[in-house]
Design a protein around this ligand. Sequence first.
Ligand code: GLN
Length: 534
Amino acid sequence: MKYIFITGGVLSSLGKGIAAASIGTILEANGYSVFVKKLDPYINVDPGTMSPYQHGEVYVTDDGAETDLDLGHYSRFTDTALSQANNITTGVVYQNVINKERRGDYLGKTVQVIPHITNEIKRQIDNVGDSDPDIAIIEIGGTVGDIESLPFLEAIRQMKIDKGKDNVIYVHLTYIPYVKTAGELKTKPTQHSVSNLRSIGIQPDIILGRTEKPLTDKVKSKISLFCNVEKEEVVQAIDLGCIYEIPLAFNREGLGKLILDKINLEYKNAELKDWKEIVEIVNMEKDKEVDIAIVGKYVDLRDAYKSIIESFNHAALANRCNVNLVWLESEDLKEENYKDSLKNIDGILVPGGFGKRGIEGKIRAAGYARKNNIPYFGICLGMQIATIEYARNVLRLEKANSTEFDPDTPYPVIDFMPEQKNIDKKGGTMRLGAYKCSLKKGTKTYEAYKEEEISERHRHRYEFNNEYRRLFEEQGRMIAGINEKRDLVEVLELPDHPWFVGVQYHPEFKSKPQKPHPLFRDFVKSSIERKYEK
Ligand code: GLN
């Protein structure tokens, strides 16, 4: 196995995850299988317990791992296997080392950062789950210079010696700011960051310069001189409007050939045809566009809804239309104003979420969609919200609620899953990962998937309360999908409505640009139909 380590310099948010994923795209196009992995230096065992404000979306894998949102990019850009093995943190590393120490595995030795922590990091880097990739692409979270990432950098430094120099390269993604008043791109922050890296013993093989203006020859020469790389090893990573153009841009800059030459693998001048097609469709003039409201409580924080946003981009591709996402803070949807906020909207999505804040605004939005024949898509919490709304306003079950928000509700239409009742630990204890769901023929959901049995990923503690199942079915709500093993309601629809679907799972994790998720595709399609047939 070959190893490509990606580090970040100068500042965060440079797009290391997308860079790692795009390198994966290029290598796969050249016929190599890749495994893309993220090492996170924070001490949480996983991001599952972190607030979206801290961490953005928690991306869930089939095996139920709660992971970093960069894994979403890996999944959308490559065919990498995805499981817990793709994301480890300092927390996991220390937990494993301390468990070994308690078992007595270290035979009386003093347990230290070097070699015990670094050895555990190296062991984790080599863990590629059940897959057998040609190349592992390893992204190191954080920025070079952070105290907490030092053991990771030390471990990857050692790996060049362990695995041989033809098998390991370091790609440093750095920032090259453009200073308007000077009219110049500045290389000094990059010089400092590379000098930092070199002081740890890592000489980058390739410098990927994130920039808003094209990198001139002069700038490349300067970086080459100060950072001890060839000029050709300085590659431009320019800001682009569409992330799916990044693999194409990197390839044009020669990054694919540069990397493959360095790890002694043949470069096959692959064309990335399907990615070109995607970008062509993105740039095409569209004659239709829809406004889709996302009613959530982190609407000022787009990272919290990363996979949902990308799923809409894919659905827009599939429908050859523009999708404008209108972000509505659910707490602001009050009785007196919610109709105004929603009146020009073509479709409403209520995404997943936790906790009581903003719940009533979401319930109003679901009711508005139901009554006005506006396409509605409820994901996880969004499905639970639509259930509560129906119980209160159609079944007349006053104060119906989820026991998550009102433990004393007289009508707990959404309730704690029984197996959750005795759990007191918060980390990794929800119903997580892939479960099967059987779809009923003739439903909108079946029409979308065209399959009777599907598998989707979950992350929840509460569920539809089966005591209310008969009542709901008798009164017009259709149960379109269930998990047979647990007899758990997974999909609810409104039959006399153009498109009203609530799912207990998270479809957004599996959408890809070349394979838009069928539910997002059909939700956008019905929103177009509503708008243009109106
Ligand atoms: N809070 C709800 C639950 O735990 C919904 C979770 C979600 O939307 N991911 O069941």
